[in-house]
Ligand binder design. Sequence first.
Ligand code: FMN
Length: 201
Amino acid sequence: MKILGISGSLREASHNRRLLQVAASELPDGTSFELYTGLGDIPAYREEDEDGETPESVGALRAVLHDADAVLLATPEYNGSIPGQLKNALDWASRPFPDNALRNKPVAVIGASTGLFGAVWAQAELRKVLTTIGAKVVDAELPVGQAHGRLHRRRPAGRPGPAQGARPDRRAAGRGRERGQRGGLTSASGQLRGREWRWSR
Ligand SMILES: Cc1cc2nc3c(=O)[nH]c(=O)nc-3n(C[C@H](O)[C@H](O)[C@H](O)COP(=O)(O)O)c2cc1C
């Protein structure tokens, strides 16, 4: 099964991106995970533009959505809702309606925030948007509050770790542009267990 991970944050050291990396490291054998990294390249949606040539970045997004068996979205909360760029990308992905790349696609939503509530409002909004688009949305949430203190880098068992309360290794955190990416994707297929973070180098 091929899972596509999408973070709604454009921030280099995004907690939501890191949350996806943790989730990817917990996937069962036989499951592949790819992280979409093209969100920042999606242009502002304008309906007239649908009559012209599809922007390359939009075509790439639709292609990876089509290709995935399921999608895992991690969203920050911005002012009680989802980030504008994520909503904009989903508006593009929703077209043509109803036969879009998300139609009947199994989708789950998770989220991290630095506040206490773990982006629960944003997750609810995102589930609403995805349901409207026609995706099969998992009726569950995963709120990770105070993410700055909780999404630490994991280390192999037996290896000494950083002092209590130390921050995660920033170099190991997600990056906006990664080597080895293709078409807005960073491949992390296979062998994710026990190799947290290493695949995002
Ligand atoms: C413009 C803006 C609005 C925000 N609004 C909220 C909010 O409504 N609720 C909340 O819990 N956190 C809010 N935050 C804090 C984010 O949850 C926090 O910055 C989070 O780390 C962003 O996700 P990221 O680390 O994946 O980039 C806001 C942050 C920004 C930049």
